[in-house]
Design a binder for this molecule. Structure first.
Ligand code: CP3
Length: 373
């Protein structure tokens, strides 16, 4: 992996990389991210940030002064503009398209809004089997055509600069919102349904799963290079519950995408679930900062790619601390193919964007296979 003999001259294509174990020559951001997702060698470690297209950027805040959140998300030109802001500013290798995990609920017949400072609010939360029976399986072409249009626009705009990341909320996290009606620390109503009324829970997970499969396949067909499944609140369940109440649905989604597009599973607070998550059929597992990267990768297994895992609040500290933390993450990746650098969760709004630009430069200055200073 330290052999640099192929680095000079012609840019490597993803195919070149596949057939060579030597460090590849200069790659585009898109090639880099796709190679890492496929556990192939890269010239530099690919990097992007969750919530990169958001409130830490003054240009995003200016856009939001003119339009509300859902107007930006539902207008392809505006969504594309918000998606490109962090790519232009930070030089990241991945562009996560601007949307929210709630958007496919439109197609299920669920009315919601996004309240500033609060997040998603469901007008009539799901409580009974009769409520679940009224839901439809959403079809992306009919209910979220603006998402597909934004992705088509972006694929053309981005070229090789960055991989286009599609995404969806995972069934568990969406079910948490659907039953609870809004964000919560514990999601007690949702978990009470999961434990106390399993028939209704499974019926709900089923309709959300089918909607998510159609949504993600639609995104892949519209130009998403990779898709990430956000199971943000998965840390609320233990291993046995995960096995029966959640994992079958996650597996169904990844099986439906196998061979279509590379997939990333995202969650936080799931240190005890990493082995099971690795068996869900995803290509890469995104991990938070609660385990050092090398320990997390050991639990996942080196036959899967890993994404992470700097604490998103560490970037609020002085640069020396950020540099030490990022170097530690890179050192623990140890030049092994299959690392996508990211934070362990989304950027917090108070983050100084200039620190993130420096962080991207630091990651890109490091050659995988060589230990950072
Ligand atoms: O840059 C990106 O990551 C792309 C866009 C994106 C948004 N939401 C934009 C957004 C993505 C990938 C999401 C996913 C999302 N949405 C998740 C999963 C990721 C995670 O962080 O765990 C969840 C749980 C949601 C639900 C949601 N939507 C919340 C909790 C909030 C924040 C509420 C608040 O104001 O603090 C939203 C709204 C939202 N989604 C904003 C953005 C940029 C802020 C809205 C605004 O501009 O006012």
């Amino acid at each position: 992996m330290t052999d640099d003999t192929t680095a000079a001259g012609t840019p490597a294509t993803v195919t070149d990389v596949a057939t060579s174990e030597a460090a590849p020559g200069p790659m585009s951001g898109r090639q880099r991210l796709l190679a890492a997702a496929a556990l192939r060698p890269v010239d530099r470690t690919p990097v992007w940030f969750m919530r990169q297209a958001g409130r830490c950027l003054p240009e995003y805040r200016a856009l939001r002064e003119r339009y509300d959140f859902l107007t930006v998300a539902r207008t392809p030109e505006l969504a594309a503009q918000a998606t490109l802001m962090p790519v232009d500013r930070f030089g990241v290798d991945g562009a996560v398209f601007f949307a929210d995990i709630m958007l496919p609920l439109d197609g299920m017949g669920v009315a919601f809004r996004i309240d500033p400072g609060i997040g998603p609010v469901i007008e009539a939360p799901i409580q009974t089997m009769a409520d679940v029976r009224r839901l439809r399986v959403g079809r992306a072409e009919e209910s979220t055509p603006y998402v597909l249009d934004a992705l088509r626009l972006l694929r053309g705009e981005l070229g090789e600069r960055a991989a286009l990341l599609g995404f969806a909320g995972a069934p568990f996290t969406l079910a948490c919102y659907l039953v609870e009606g809004r964000g919560s620390r514990e999601f007690p109503r949702a978990k009470a349904m999961m434990y106390g009324d399993p028939d209704t829970w499974h019926a709900l997970m089923d309709v959300v799963t089918e909607t998510t499969i159609d949504y993600l396949r639609g995104q892949a067909a519209a130009g998403a290079d990779v898709v990430q499944l956000f199971d943000s609140w998965l840390g609320l369940v233990g291993p046995r519950t995960y096995e029966t109440a959640v994992l079958p649905y996650t597996r169904r989604i990844f099986a439906a995408l196998a061979g279509v597009v590379p997939t990333i599973h995202f969650s936080t607070g799931t240190t005890t679930l990493l082995g099971q998550i690795a068996g869900s059929g995803c290509d890469a597992v995104s991990v938070d900062w609660r385990l050092p990267l090398d320990e997390a990768w050991q639990r996942i297994g080196h036959d899967r790619a890993i994404q992470g895992n700097l604490d998103p609040t560490l970037v609020l500290a002085p640069w020396a601390a950020v540099e030490a933390g990022a170097s530690d993450v890179l050192r623990r990746a140890a030049g092994r193919p299959g690392h996508i650098f990211n934070l362990g969760h989304g950027i917090v709004p108070a983050t100084d964007p200039d620190i993130l630009t420096r962080l991207v430069d630091l990651v890109h200055a490091h050659h995988p296979g060589t230990a950072p200073a």
